[in-house]
Design a protein around this ligand. Structure first.
Ligand code: AMP
Ligand code: MN
Ligand code: MN
Length: 325
């Protein structure tokens, strides 16, 4: 499969909108903006608009990210919608209304829980990231340096800098090819993954020092309430990566980081080691994701959310008998 195979959908389009999931992460930003830069190069007559919710200022290192808008220009009616890194239509962030507008829709994703909505879908759960999928769909001669930087940042984000189990030999080959476009790989990793603000470190410290364990230390919960976030001066886009500190603890088989989005509503990020598929736990609460990285939203108080998640994670741990599914 390639963009050429999607050509009928893409070639005839004049006004293309590209969207991703809400609270965009590196892979979402990299795939939405990378696709826009690529399509502008291949189809210079088309108007291509990447639409994304507000994202972290650190992505300013990606030249292309400056092209992203939160709303379509007035009078712009897309004849093609491309949805990147988004497992279900209801998870689309900026431009979500377009999914209901009967526009021809192409979905490009790597979530195993993506059942393939839209008119055409390329969903590859074996790929580390949507950015990795995209590179295989693109004509490599038409990829610009700025586009390559976007795709590289997305792969770096979803693989945790090539460390998570989703990193395959194919992922490394794609990353190596992207480096050959002259991008500053080191600077992209440092700016989008390693560096944090002082306020981000403060909330990290607050979450870690108030974390609690369950099931003999096999499950750990970290929680950021609205009050904690206000005290540290951070918003949800500054919380990425906290869950990784919770899972990287000896004996922890599943980690949950929850933050309060509105009073009594928590967004939970779940991570696991080898033993269990946290996507199953997330699904039990109407969410989804990958085997070892998933998410869901819980409309209840933090103690009840921890209690109910502990029950579900406990059953998964029991069923797993120590084996990954
Ligand atoms: P996060 O913990 O938000 O970094 O998300 C981890 C993975 O789970 C990502 O691949 C997300 O796209 C996916 N995910 C997070 N929240 C949800 C949700 N409510 N529904 C489906 N997938 C989700
Ligand atoms: Mn994502
Ligand atoms: Mn992704």
């Amino acid at each position: 499969m390639s963009f050429a195979a999607l050509e009928e959908a893409v070639r005839d389009a004049r006004n293309i909108a590209i969207v991703g999931h809400g609270k965009p992460d590196s892979d979402c930003i990299g795939s939405v903006v990378g696709t826009a830069l690529y399509l502008r190069a291949v189809y210079p007559d088309a108007v291509v608009i990447p639409l994304l919710e507000d994202f972290h200022e650190k992505f300013g290192i990606l030249e292309g990210a400056k092209e992203a808008r939160q709303e379509l220009p007035e009078g712009f009616t897309p004849d093609l919608l491309i949805v990147c890194d988004c497992s279900e239509a209801y998870r689309i962030g900026a431009g979500s209304e377009l999914a209901e507008a009967g526009i021809r829709t192409v979905v490009i994703d790597h979530h195993a829980t993506n059942a393939g909505f839209g008119d055409e879908a390329v969903v590859r759960p074996e790929s580390s990231s949507t950015c990795e999928v995209l590179f295989t769909l693109m004509d490599h001669e038409k990829i610009s340096k700025d586009c390559a930087a976007c795709l590289y940042a997305g792969i770096v984000g979803d693989t945790g800098v090539f460390r998570h189990s989703c990193t395959s030999p194919a992922t490394m080959r794609v990353a190596a090819s992207l480096m050959e476009y002259g991008i500053n790989a080191h600077a992209i990793i440092r700016a989008t993954y390693d560096l944090h603000s002082f306020a981000e470190n403060q909330i990290l410290g607050a979450v870690l020092s108030s974390a609690v364990t369950a099931l003999d230390g096999q499950v750990v919960f970290g929680t950021a309430t609205r009050q904690m976030m206000a005290e540290c001066g951070v918003t949800p886009k500054h919380l990425d990566g906290i869950v990784d500190h919770l899972i990287n603890v000896v004996g922890v088989k599943a980690a949950v980081f929850m933050y309060e989005t509105e009073p009594g509503v928590f967004k939970a990020s779940l991570r696991s080691g080898e033993e269990i598929a946290v996507s199953e736990a997330a699904k039990a609460f109407g969410g989804g994701g990958h085997l070892r990285a998933a998410g869901c939203t819980l409309a209840m108080g933090a103690p009840e959310a921890r209690y109910r998640l502990t029950q579900v994670l406990g059953s998964l741990l029991k069923e797993s008998g120590g084996q990954a599914k």
